[in-house]
Every structure is written in C-alpha cells, then in structure tokens.
Design a protein. Structure first.
Length: 315
C-alpha cells in the first residue's frame, strides 16, 4: 500500500510526463521587465495571505506581465466548464463572448458547454488556440439538481477527457460575465473564490449546512471563509478529487433524505474547510451585479448578472 502511494506521488510530480510539477517550479523568461516588488509597501486594506499561507489574490498583489511570462513559457492549457440547462442558455452568449475578451487571453483554453439545448448554443468566434465543445446533458425539473449534478459531470469529464491532457480547469456559473482580466494569477493546485455576499461576516453567520446529519456539516465555530459554488478550479487532479468527493457526499446525503442548504456549494465549503485551497481568489473573481461596489474592490473581473429566478428556473 505504501509503495503504491509513492508511485502515485511520483507519477503526479514527474516533470516530463505530468505538467503538475510546473506549479511548483516557476521559471521567469529571459529579459522580463516588470516593476520592482516591495517588501514593505503594498495593499494594506485587505488580507492577502490565509493562516495556512495561501495567497489571496487581489488587484495590486501580483504582476500580470510576470505571471503571463512564467505560464506562457510552460505552454499550459486551461479547461473551463459551464452549464446552460433549460432557460439558462440565454446567458451563454455573453459568457462566451466576454470570456474571449478576459479569460486567459493568450493561453490555450477549451470551454466545455453542457446543455440540453445544443441547437441553441450561440456561434462565438474564438481566438487562436481557443475552442468550445458542446456536450448534451439531460434536463431536470429541479434547479437544485441541475446545479448539484455539475459535480458528477465535472468528475466524468476529467476522467474521460482531461486527466493527463490538460493542466488546469475552472468550473464557472453561466449566469455571469467577465469584465476584467482573469488569468495566470488565478492558477494553483486547489483554487477557491470568496463569496461576495459574506466576506465581512462572522463565520457563525455563513450559510454553511448546519445539520450534523449532513455530510456538508460545518459547526458554528468552524470554517475559514464562505466560498462560491459558482467558481472554483485548480489542477485537474485536484478538481477531480473535489468533484468526486462532493458528488459522493451529495448522493449519500440524498439516500438519507437530506439535501444541503446550498446543494453542491455547501459540500464544496465543507471540502475546503478540510482540504485547504492553495490559492484563494478575492471577491473580484465573482461579484454580483446587484451589489454596490465596495472600496476594497478595485476591479470586478467576473460578476453574476441580475436575473429573475421565477422566470428562468424550472421550479
Ligand atoms: C455565485 C454563486 O456562487 N452561485 C451559486 C449559488 O446560487 P445561484 O443563484 O448563482 O445559482 P444559479 O441559479 O446560477 O445555478 C447555478 C448554475 O447551474 C446552472 N443551471 C441552474 C439552473 C438551471 O435551470 N439551469 C442551469 O443551467 C447554471 O450554470 C447556473 O449558473 O448557489 C448554487 C447552489 O444552489 C450554486 O452553488 C451556484 O454556483
Ligand atoms: Mn449563478
């Protein structure tokens, strides 16, 4: 058993075969010029590191030029998943068009669209090295199920098409648009986004699942941050483990007749409490259009559009 685990470790980190190692070894291209970093001056209005020493990404904490240089040299590939089931297909055009303008511009990007309406997927002109694949999925008469089943479909997508082929994956809500850069600064092993609705609240107020009978349970004195179900990602191996775990816990809960308060978002929050994200993205990476901008938000990169739930959800 011990030997097997060792082999798995080596196969994950051997640099010639698996790109995972690149996350640990950052090579700056020759001739790179960027502003001198300071060790005493920087953002002081926000916290940019977690208690487990993962970076929290805010505007003003990174050099986009440097990061693009490092990761372009590695020729990384990034997958993204987006689900547009039922009437949510109406959000897809803006999502894809704005992703072309802001999401990993200059990198190899492959967006997987999951929908029950493949004929209604809009034609969006994609740049060089960027493509969209449409995959049919069944509809459902419960939005909770559509949202939660994403974990199962992400798990399968990684197993069937991405593992050992693609470096990173991000899983995103479709009812949103990009407004600013979302790029290499967001890369990491396991990446989570702080939910814009609760980031100044006491942890006891977070909308975690509070029933101890659920596998998504988080006790009132526990929890670091409240993370979004609408955006998460990282290395495909890490996201595979996350999706597989959340799917199993969601399904096992269902067998016991319990559905967590915020479906897969609750399970994701439980997962991130135990498995600390190696990079945390600030609420710049998933804002909500109805929320007034806060002073610490210098740029909104991705934001949920205002929608009429009653008009677009199946239940
Ligand atoms: C910003 C954010 O973190 N949003 C999360 C939040 O509410 P939201 O209100 O943002 O959930 P939502 O209605 O956007 O549903 C989540 C996603 O599921 C897909 N979808 C949903 C319904 C439908 O009929 N068709 C369809 O395609 C679509 O990709 C949508 O973006 O809580 C949900 C859990 O319940 C999810 O965790 C969402 O990701
Ligand atoms: Mn949403």
């Amino acid at each position: 058993m011990k030997i097997r685990r060792c082999l798995v470790f080596f196969s994950l980190y051997r640099c010639d075969e698996n790109p995972a190692v690149y996350d640990l070894h950052l090579v700056s291209p020759d001739g790179m010029t960027y502003s001198q970093p300071s060790i005493v001056n920087g953002r002081t209005d926000v916290v940019s590191v977690t208690p487990w020493l993962a970076p929290v990404v805010w505007e003003g904490t990174f050099s986009a030029t440097l990061l693009d240089g490092i990761y372009q040299r590695q020729n990384i590939s990034v997958a993204a998943t987006v689900f547009a089931v039922g009437k949510y297909i109406m959000f897809l055009k803006d999502f894809l068009e704005t992703a072309e303008q802001h999401f990993f511009v200059g990198f190899r990007v492959h967006i997987y669209v999951f929908t029950d309406r493949p004929n209604e997927v809009p034609e969006v002109k994609m740049g060089a090295g960027r493509e969209v694949t449409v995959q049919s999925v069944p509809s459902s008469n419960r939005w909770q199920e559509i949202s939660a089943r994403r974990m199962e479909l992400i798990q399968k997508l990684i197993e069937e098409r991405l593992i050992n082929k693609v470096n990173y994956i991000f899983c995103l809500d479709v009812d949103s648009k990009f407004h600013g850069r979302w790029g290499a600064e967001s890369l990491g092993g396991l990446v989570s986004v702080i939910h814009p609705g609760y980031y100044k609240d006491d942890r006891s107020k977070f909308p975690y699942e509070r029933r101890p009978t659920s596998r998504a349970f988080v006790a009132p004195a526990d929890g670091d941050f409240y993370y979004c179900g609408g955006a998460f990602g990282g290395l495909v191996q890490e996201v595979h483990l996350l999706a597989k775990t959340c799917r199993k816990n969601f399904e096992d809960d269902a067998k016991d007749g319990i559905e967590a308060a915020w479906q897969e978002e609750s399970h994701l929050n439980r997962y991130m409490w135990i498995n600390k994200p190696s990079k945390v993205l600030s609420p710049e990476y998933l804002w909500q259009d109805f929320k007034p901008k806060e002073p610490e938000i210098k740029i909104i990169r991705f934001s949920g559009v205002i929608k009429n739930y009653a008009a677009i959800r199946p239940n």
